[in-house]
Ligand binder design. Structure first.
Ligand code: CP
Ligand code: NVA
Length: 324
């Protein structure tokens, strides 16, 4: 007599709470985002005063890069080591990801051996597919559509220099790209006013950002004239004219964006104490003049450093939840 075939015992974690991911800025509530920003200040202060903070001992972060990076790699890697953990670095070229192993299978395998995954890739759908098959939290380290860790760092930097961002005016000059989409989500979540000026044909796609028609206490307005968009702004920010993955459009974009350079004339329309930000890498003489990026209103180096501090708070939150 044949006995019924038993399925192998499940190795899925039982009774565990659903895994949280950070794939776009709007994945967290206003309240959670405020917690992260407050927690970043605590974690940064510990680091600056040589107080050890190692809640992620024995934990491993997998970092998957399908596009180039300096800041994202260094900030995640250094941040994870500082918190007592370790990292595994993968690229398309040196892993089976580049040899057509399905993203779902990669997610199943990588998330069985590591505790967190950070991915920089092309389409947002790719990171969503990975997350859907991952046992562990997945963080967006930049996609064509979004760059949430950068905007967290930018907002933390604004708060450090000028206090709360709610009610302030942020002007985005240039491409309606991953950064612009994420600023739009942040304005809705944190209640500030976002003005965006792009050349025609490069507007922000409001459907991608999926911002509700009611922006709460925040607002969004598009301008065709970049100087008008900068009037009385508290923060002026821009990015490269050609993002990674769009290099074939370089020459066309160079012409289209020529009037969207942040220079001292544009900055003169903003408030006298307005800050300038750029996620970097920057091209002096293209999207920003040297006098602005290297001038007294620029906080780009703080912005870059703060990537590490906000991401430490993010990784701690995703793995350990809210700290007392
Ligand atoms: N700003 C930013 O994400 O920089 P990298 O491309 O160097 O990571
Ligand atoms: N928008 C740029 C940001 C680089 C950090 C890009 O996607 O290439």
């Amino acid at each position: 007599m044949k006995t019924a075939k038993k399925s192998p015992p499940s190795t899925e974690p039982q009774g565990a709470p659903p895994v949280r991911h950070y794939l776009q800025f709007s994945d967290f509530s206003t309240e959670e985002t405020r917690y992260l920003l407050d927690r970043t200040a605590v974690i940064k202060n510990k680091f600056k005063t040589f107080v050890r903070h190692q809640p992620l001992a024995d934990r491993t972060l997998a970092m998957i890069f399908e596009k180039a990076s300096t800041r994202t790699r260094v900030s995640f890697e250094a941040g994870m080591y500082q918190m007592g953990g370790s990292v595994v670095h993968l690229t398309t070229g040196d892993s089976q990801l580049g040899r057509a192993e399905p993203i779902e299978d990669s997610a199943r395998v990588i998330s069985r051996m590591t505790d967190l995954v950070m991915i920089r890739t092309y389409e947002q759908t790719k990171i969503e597919r990975f997350a859907a098959h991952s046992r562990v939290p997945v963080i967006n380290g930049l996609t064509n559509e979004f760059h949430p860790c950068q905007i967290l760092a930018d907002i933390f930097t604004y708060i450090e220099h000028r206090g709360p961002i709610a009610g302030k005016t942020v002007t985005w000059v240039g491409d309606g790209n991953n950064m612009a989409n994420t600023w739009l989500q942040a304005a809705a979540l944190l209640g500030f006013h976002l003005r965006v000026s792009t050349p025609r044909g490069y507007e922000v796609d409001e459907k991608i950002a999926a911002v509700p028609s009611n922006m709460g206490s925040g607002s969004y307005r598009a301008f065709s004239n970049p100087k008008e968009a900068c009037e009385d702004a508290d923060l002026v920010t821009t990015d490269v004219w050609t993002s990674m993955g769009f290099e074939a459009e370089n020459e066309v974009r160079r012409k289209a964006f020529a009037a969207w350079r942040v220079d001292s004339d544009l900055m003169s329309a903003a408030k006298p104490d307005a800050l300038f930000m750029h996620c970097l890498p920057a091209h002096r003489g293209e999207e920003v003049s040297a006098e602005v990026i290297d001038g007294p209103q620029s906080v780009v180096w703080d912005e870059a450093e703060n990537r590490m501090h906000v991401q430490k708070a993010l990784m701690e939150y995703l793995l350990l939840g809210r700290q007392p």
